[in-house]
Design a protein around this ligand. Structure first.
Ligand code: HEM
Length: 504
């Protein structure tokens, strides 16, 4: 047994590795993550870091040398000082097989191709201009949800599930130009990705043992999953291709299909590239799907989960609920309804509620892993080439050295603070930072703000019988994302009539 809780110096470098927990042969420090069982990885890593390396910790996960950054100082080094060196994602067998050789944005290696598709998606789906252009889609879908809620006032409804359907519609229409009819097929494949590819495979923990891919059955499992994903994407593409020919399609996919046929592109796109890129949209379903299922490749959570957490926190904190409702009701009282996203953007308290929700419940608590492309030195430690790096955003955003009463839901802390998602405050980075910062941020924010504003404007909310603000279950489900373990059930009462939907 190698009891190396102190920093160890590598032979090739004078600086030591960051300190970390003791190791066993073969599995390294993996057992520290597995026990006590049921402990969530971001919480376990925070506890281990507090003991071994409050800024940087080295933890050997089987063959994978892993660095965990748990302070704003360490996050700054990774996201800013050494951004280029950490602009890479670690390889994963599931990602490689399921996502067409890692040719989507999230898993694609840093380089020319990644820059190209990221720029393309940013321009065609995720830019401010594009996001604004989805206003009418969002308005229609949000009103449709409000109509459902109004019809069910006085009854207990599963809010998270309803918001998931809303997100599905908005994202599907923005990406494919229409709501993909066979929702069930998408759900099925998303569920398969989430469940089958969600866990870190044994093969990923022992990358040098290629034979494990076959012996463990993981290769076959992922190939089967890839086949299913490919079928669904073919169905979606065939449906949209017809509209593209007729010149009446809008959205990211039609743009990509048009680009695919152009020979003069700097970087020609193949059909597999198009599919890998469009999988981004499927990932968004995954973000949304998490409420009812499990995780995908250490990713994430969704707009719908964030709204569910926000509503849960507001219900537990009646003062904050009142203030948020008063603000939105005051802003739209004269009209009697909300039709203007620009005015929503001016609701400071609502924005603070969302920031505070993402502080306490970041969808990706460990953010998405990075890899050191070259060895480097950080805060007096040696970071070896190839080490995977996690920034424990969850731990940093609850660090009492940087936040007063960190466990308290207190949106007021953001008012006038100047702390924003992209401001240079490395103790608040729910969307990551640097070259690989979440490109979906501009898209995600109105998808959070607009439904939340409507829910607060039109309805008063109560918890079902037997549930009180004090005993509302806020526990998190197991996985590398922070999702609510139990769905939020609520009883709405209409405060302001929902306008009748005129278009559909
Ligand atoms: C509340 C909503 C969301 C949160 C909190 C969130 C958070 C994150 C975080 C922390 C990362 C890793 C960033 C890093 O490594 O520094 C990430 C990456 C990413 N996110 Fe999001 N995300 C959200 C919604 C979305 C949406 C709606 C999209 C839709 C396109 C999206 C697409 C992506 C992609 C493609 C990446 C990988 C980027 C790359 O590797 O270049 N995200 N997200």
């Amino acid at each position: 047994m190698n009891r190396s809780s102190k920093s160890s110096t590598t032979s090739s470098n004078l600086l030591p590795l960051p300190p970390g927990p003791w190791k066993l042969p073969l599995i390294g420090s993996m057992h520290h993550l597995l026990f006590p069982s049921g402990s969530l990885p971001h919480i376990r890593l925070r506890d281990l870091s507090q003991k071994h390396g409050p800024h940087l910790m080295h933890i050997q996960l089987c063959e994978r040398s892993t660095i965990v950054a748990s302070s704003p100082e360490a996050a700054r080094e990774i996201y800013k000082t050494h951004d280029l060196n950490f602009a890479q994602r670690p390889p994963s067998i599931a990602g490689n097989i399921v996502t067409y050789g890692c040719t989507g944005i999230a898993l694609s290696p840093y380089g020319h191709y990644w820059r190209h598709i990221r720029k393309l998606c940013t321009m065609e789906l995720l830019s401010t201009k594009r996001v604004r252009s989805y206003h009418s889609i969002r308005q229609e879908e949000v009103l449709s949800l409000m109509t459902f809620v109004a019809r069910n006032q006085g009854s207990c409804i599963n809010l998270g599930e309803k918001i998931f359907h809303l997100m599905y519609a908005v994202i599907s229409r923005a990406s494919f130009g229409e709501r993909f009819k066979e929702q069930e097929k998408v759900y099925e494949v998303v569920k398969a990705i989430v469940v089958e590819a969600g866990l870190l495979g044994v093969t990923d923990l022992f990358p040098s043992k290629k034979w494990l891919q076959v012996v463990s059955g993981e290769r076959r499992k992922y190939e089967e999953l890839h086949r299913k994903v490919d079928e669904v994407l073919d169905d979606i593409i065939n449906g949209v291709a017809l509209k593209v020919e007729e010149g009446e399609a809008e959205g990211l996919l039609p743009v990509l299909l048009n680009l695919k046929d152009q020979d003069d592109l700097e970087l020609p796109l193949t059909m597999d590239n198009v599919k890998a890129v469009i999988l981004v949209s499927i990932y968004i379903y995954i973000y949304a799907y998490i409420s009812v299922s499990d995780i995908f490749v250490g990713a994430t959570e969704t707009s719908s989960i964030t709204i569910e957490w926000a509503m849960s926190e507001l219900l537990r904190n009646p003062g904050a609920m009142r203030r948020a409702q008063e603000e939105v009701r005051e802003a739209f009282r004269s009209k009697g309804y909300i039709d203007d996203e620009t005015s929503i953007e001016k609701l400071d308290y609502l924005k603070a509620v969302i920031k505070e929700t993402l502080r306490l419940h970041p969808p990706l608590p460990l953010t998405a892993p990075r890899v050191a492309r070259e060895s480097c030195h950080i805060l007096g430690f040696h970071i070896p080439k190839g080490a995977q790096v996690f920034v424990n955003a969850w731990a940093i955003m609850r660090d009492p050295n940087h936040w007063a009463q960190p466990e308290r839901f207190y949106p007021e802390r953001f008012l006038g603070s100047g702390i924003d998602f992209t401001s240079p405050h490395f103790h608040y980075k729910p969307f990551g930072s640097g070259k690989r910062i979440c490109p979906g941020m501009l898209f995600a924010l109105p998808n959070l703000e607009v439904p939340l504003a409507h829910l607060l404007f039109h309805f008063d909310w109560e918890l079902p019988f037997g549930t009180t603000p004090q005993n509302l279950d806020m526990s998190e489900a197991f996985g590398s994302s922070v999702k609510k373990k139990k769905d939020l059930f609520v009883i709405p009462t209409t405060y302001a009539e929902v306008p009748i939907l005129t278009t559909k």
